[in-house]
Design a protein around this ligand. Structure first.
Ligand SMILES: NC(=O)c1ccc[n+]([C@@H]2O[C@H](COP(=O)([O-])OP(=O)(O)OC[C@H]3O[C@@H](n4cnc5c(N)ncnc54)[C@H](OP(=O)(O)O)[C@@H]3O)[C@@H](O)[C@H]2O)c1
Length: 251
């Protein structure tokens, strides 16, 4: 069975993506920092498919490399890497943000993503045709909005890194896609608001947002297309979400 390596599998898109791939019988390498959630996933999915869990902070380059280099032969033929682990922090405007929040987003969404990609690339290249890297970007990488500051900028990195990877991977058979969701109901807002459940509920209330399963279906779709097809970028919003006019400050 093909193998998917999913980062940030303990919640939201990553968790739903693990379920979607398991439905199709894929073997799963599931990672995240919360070991107890990984253990739950192993219990829930382990009857149906092969599951390997790795407690891993993607920011820790050495730990990431050691975990991936240390995979047994049976787990090395990775067909799909889903670079999903990520977060937004700080709802304040740039001029009031705690600098640590900016660093955490850069360390996770950029450094973490490149750590995992760098460690997994040789394995994906060995798999060759049909392999894919699915990077979870965001509409925030393309469209500015107040309070997006470093978060949106990290997702712009994800988009450009995905495109640039495609150039270098030419001829390897490995595909790269930037999946860029809009408003989706996960633990994302709970993390962004630092545990404010009310803020999280308010954001999604009445908006009929995307659900984690909607994104999981798209990730599975791009990873299982015929091997000669590469979706470069897939941008998905709930129907309720669209753009606003430019904001103009008047005297
Ligand atoms: N929800 C949205 O509206 C939305 C829209 C566009 C893009 N996205 C992106 O989608 C991705 C998934 O977010 P989500 O909405 O599913 O949020 P979520 O429910 O909060 O899930 C985030 C996942 O990332 C993992 N993670 C965070 N920091 C990590 C670290 N340092 N090392 C390892 N794993 C880490 C978390 O696991 P642990 O805490 O167990 O480590 C968790 O499994 C993120 O990249 C996010 O930026 C979300």
């Amino acid at each position: 069975m093909p193998i998917a390596l999913i980062t940030g599998a303990t919640s939201g898109f990553g968790r739903a993506t693990a379920y979607r791939f398991a439905e199709a019988g894929w073997s799963l390498i599931l990672t995240g920092r919360r070991s107890e959630r990984l253990a739950e996933l192993e219990t829930e999915l382990g009857d149906k498919v092969e599951v390997l869990t790795l407690t891993l902070d993607v920011r820790d380059a050495e730990a990431v490399k050691a975990a991936i280099d240390g995979l047994d032969d049976a787990w090395r033929r990775i067909t799909c890497l889903v670079n999903n682990a990520g977060l937004a922090l700080a709802l304040e405007p740039a001029q009031r943000v705690d600098l640590n929040d900016w660093h955490t987003m850069i360390d996770t969404n950029i450094t973490g993503l490149v750590n995992v990609t760098h460690a997994a690339l040789p394995l994906l290249i060995d798999t060759g045709k049909g392999a894919s890297i699915v990077n979870i970007g965001s509409v925030a990488g393309s469209y500015p909005y107040p309070g997006s500051h470093v978060y949106g900028a990290t997702k712009a990195f994800v988009q450009q890194f995905s495109y640039n990877l495609r150039c270098d991977l030419k001829g390897s058979g490995v595909r790269v896609t930037d999946v860029a969701p809009g408003l989706a109901e996960t633990e994302f807002m709970l993390v962004r608001s630092k545990g404010d459940e009310q803020a999280s509920k308010q954001l999604y209330a009445g908006a009929n947002p995307l659900q984690a399963e909607d994104i999981a279906a798209q990730v599975f779709y791009v990873a299982t297309l015929p091997e000669h097809i590469n979706i470069n970028r897939l941008e998905i919003m709930p129907t309720s979400q669209s753009w606003s006019p430019f904001s103009i400050e008047r005297e």
